[in-house]
Design a protein around this ligand. Structure first.
Ligand code: WTA
Length: 636
């Protein structure tokens, strides 16, 4: 990389190798974004071409109207022509003594078709929702693709989510079938996933459960309802004609936290998502057929969907998925994996980078990382110190860092610098992807000049992969994304600023979303879980800065009776574990007498947060109960 001032530019070699070598493409795309996306869409295999590229009926919009395709033909069948015997998927299990598994494109194709046939036999039809509650094992990829093959809509639920979190997602989607596993390995322990699934499917419409035998742990089994994944596949044919899908048919639903504890099902459709997943992966990670791409994100998150499944397959590359924790059993497990498979592109979150850094530089001295070409970061702002560590110690000052901004809602990356174009600037994500129009606005909707912080918005024609609706909740869709600035402007809920070169820096969320180790949670859903406790009068949860995880939640709870405080704290914590899962556990629960409120009764969470940051508390005289702050201050 070439450094000029505070910017880094790609070397000649990097530029030469890249799909996109110059800024020209931005200008072309900016002038006619719809034409630009159409040009990309033509590189996808369609059964029938679209009649109209973009139709806008605010707050709704469509892409590639009338087009017919199936994403799995683009992921699999297409690759049988040249890549039949090439490895598509590498799976690294957590236990080091266990062998990895690989699937060539042909093997993956066969397994997906078998699973697709099995699902059909179990009565799954086009448009049906299928719940998937699986860890990072190859069967999760096979299951998602099998659904897409037959036009069923997959709704993946993060395997570390609690039974309660699974239940509500199954209830909203009305899935009749769930694909899960007996268990999986996490930090040397077996997690009994089936037990959680049993609990989660109670009071839902799930009638059939497909179980992958992964950890061979003891599980309950209900004859007639439960089916073994591998038994089902064994008897099926490895050919299953793909369902011809309309461009705007549903491909999947992926939930993201809602404010009240009710999650929002982001709906992604077939045509637009395919185009965006393919080309963002190709241009941002510079995916080539000889690459080994490792995106560390769990499949339960959007990064897992797009970059640990669809995008690498759409680009005919080899990709890796890993079952375990990157620092287990030794802190350098992730580095061993990079070397073992010759990973060329490594995509992770700032939390992981900070954690690796904390282990100290010594354990990395033996790694040269010669195969690495591009590094990626996602999910939360990457601070300058973490950026520099990643750049120097992992990328060896050779590899560009693509700091990619996007959301569950956007389906694919929308802002980042491109590896062959640059420039790269620590703590800045970069320019909007070609064909994507974003801006930074003040509260009134005025575009802000460089270096002024405001709200990040996306302007028409958005991007083909942006969510089409919140599943079964049009009000939520309208209110969350299309009400701040009217129905024609997508409100991201992120604060940002741009520098004089137009490079964008993401400051953070302006709503109640907190990013805990890159995981998206809302303080509202934690509060809803705490309020379930009968002794709780009211509570407030805020995200406070954390050296490794970026942010962590802390809770302030007012109790009706003040008996057994320690016990109540434990119950509150277990409520959060049961309602959401271990990722949402607060760092601390403070039992307090009163919460700071405005005269109209609104809890001032901002003030509570400032007790943990270096910011001044601000004017407390407008509070109805300023003394509450002093009392809380003594406790924190
Ligand atoms: C945040 C993750 C800074 C942002 C793909 C966004 C980021 C939210 C970045 C979406 C980044 C994502 N820099 N912040 N590179 N990428 N975010 O839905 O606040 O889990 O709105 O999608 O993560 O989180 P989600």
């Amino acid at each position: 990389m070439i450094k000029k001032g505070n910017l880094y530019w790609p070397s000649k070699g990097l530029q030469k190798r890249a799909w996109v070598k110059s800024k020209k493409i931005y200008q072309e795309a900016q002038k006619r974004p719809i034409k630009f996306w159409e040009k990309l869409a033509r590189e996808i295999f369609w059964h029938k071409k679209w009649k109209k590229a973009f139709l806008h009926q605010p707050p709704y919009f469509k892409w590639f109207i009338g087009g017919k395709l199936n994403i799995t033909e683009n992921c699999l069948d297409k690759n049988l022509e040249h890549n039949k015997n090439k490895v598509a998927l590498i799976w690294e299990p957590e236990p080091t003594e266990e062998s990895s598994r690989t699937f060539t494109y042909y093997e993956l194709y066969s397994q997906v078709n078998r699973m697709a046939n099995a699902l059909k036999k179990l009565g799954v039809k086009k448009g049906d929702r299928v719940g998937i509650y699986l860890p990072m094992i190859p069967e999760v990829i096979i299951s998602m693709l099998a659904c897409a093959r037959i036009g069923a809509v997959h709704a993946v639920v993060f395997s570390a989510f609690s039974p309660q979190a699974l239940k509500i997602r199954l209830q909203i989607t009305k899935a009749k079938i769930l694909i899960t596993a007996d268990g999986y390995f996490r930090r040397g322990k077996v997690i009994n996933l089936k037990e959680n699934a049993e609990e989660g499917i109670k009071d839902t419409q799930v009638k059939k459960v497909i179980v992958v035998e992964r950890a061979h742990n003891q599980i309950t089994w209900k004859k007639g309802r439960d089916f073994k994944f591998h038994d089902l596949l064994e008897t099926e044919r490895r050919l299953c004609p793909s369902a011809i899908m309309d461009s705007e048919d549903l491909l999947f639903i992926l939930f993201t936290s809602g404010t009240t504890g009710i999650p929002k099902g982001c709906v992604h459709t077939c045509g637009g998502y395919t185009v965006q997943a393919k080309f963002t992966g190709r241009w941002i990670f510079d995916l080539k057929e000889d690459d080994v791409f490792w995106s560390m994100a769990d499949i339960g998150w959007i990064t897992g969907h797009t970059y640990s499944c669809y995008s690498p397959l759409l680009n005919g590359t080899t990709f890796l998925i890993f079952e375990g924790a990157p620092d287990w059993p030794t802190p350098d497990r992730w580095a061993q994996i990079i070397e073992k498979y010759g990973v060329t592109t490594f995509y992770t979150a700032p939390t992981a980078i900070r954690m690796f850094e904390k282990y100290g530089a010594e354990f990395l001295t033996k790694y040269k990382f010669n195969t690495l070409q591009i590094l990626g970061s996602v999910g939360e702002p990457i601070d300058e110190a973490a950026w520099r560590w990643y750049f120097t110690k992992v990328g060896k000052k050779r590899c560009p860092i693509v700091d990619t901004w996007w959301q569950t809602e956007t389906g694919g990356i929308l802002i980042t610098s491109l590896p062959g174009v640059g420039p790269f600037k620590p703590a800045f994500t970069g320019l909007p992807f070609p064909g994507v129009k974003v801006d930074i606005w003040d509260e009134k909707g005025k575009s802000l000049p460089p270096n002024k912080e405001g709200n990040l918005v996306i302007l028409p024609p958005f991007a083909p992969g942006l969510l089409r609706e919140v599943y079964k909740n049009p009000q939520k869709y309208l209110k969350t994304y299309w009400s701040q600035y009217g129905k024609k402007v997508y409100f991201t809920s992120d604060a940002a600023l741009k520098d004089e070169n137009g490079l964008i820096r993401i400051v953070g969320r302006v709503d109640d979303v907190i990013k805990v180790a890159g995981h998206r949670l809302t303080t509202g859903e934690l509060e809803a879980a705490i309020n379930l406790h009968e002794d709780v009068t009211e509570c407030a949860v805020v995200g406070i800065p954390d050296e490794i995880k970026g942010e962590v939640p802390v809770a302030f709870v007012v109790l009706k009776k003040k008996r057994h405080p320690q016990k109540i704290k434990e119950v509150i914590i277990s409520k959060i574990r049961a309602e959401i899962g271990p990722i949402a556990l607060p760092k601390e629960v403070y039992l307090v007498e009163d919460l700071p409120k405005t005269r109209s009764g609104k809890i001032m969470r901002r003030i509570l947060r400032r007790l943990f940051t270096k910011e001044p508390l601000g004017d407390l005289s407008t509070l109805a109960n300023p003394e509450s702050v002093d009392i809380i201050k003594m406790k924190t």
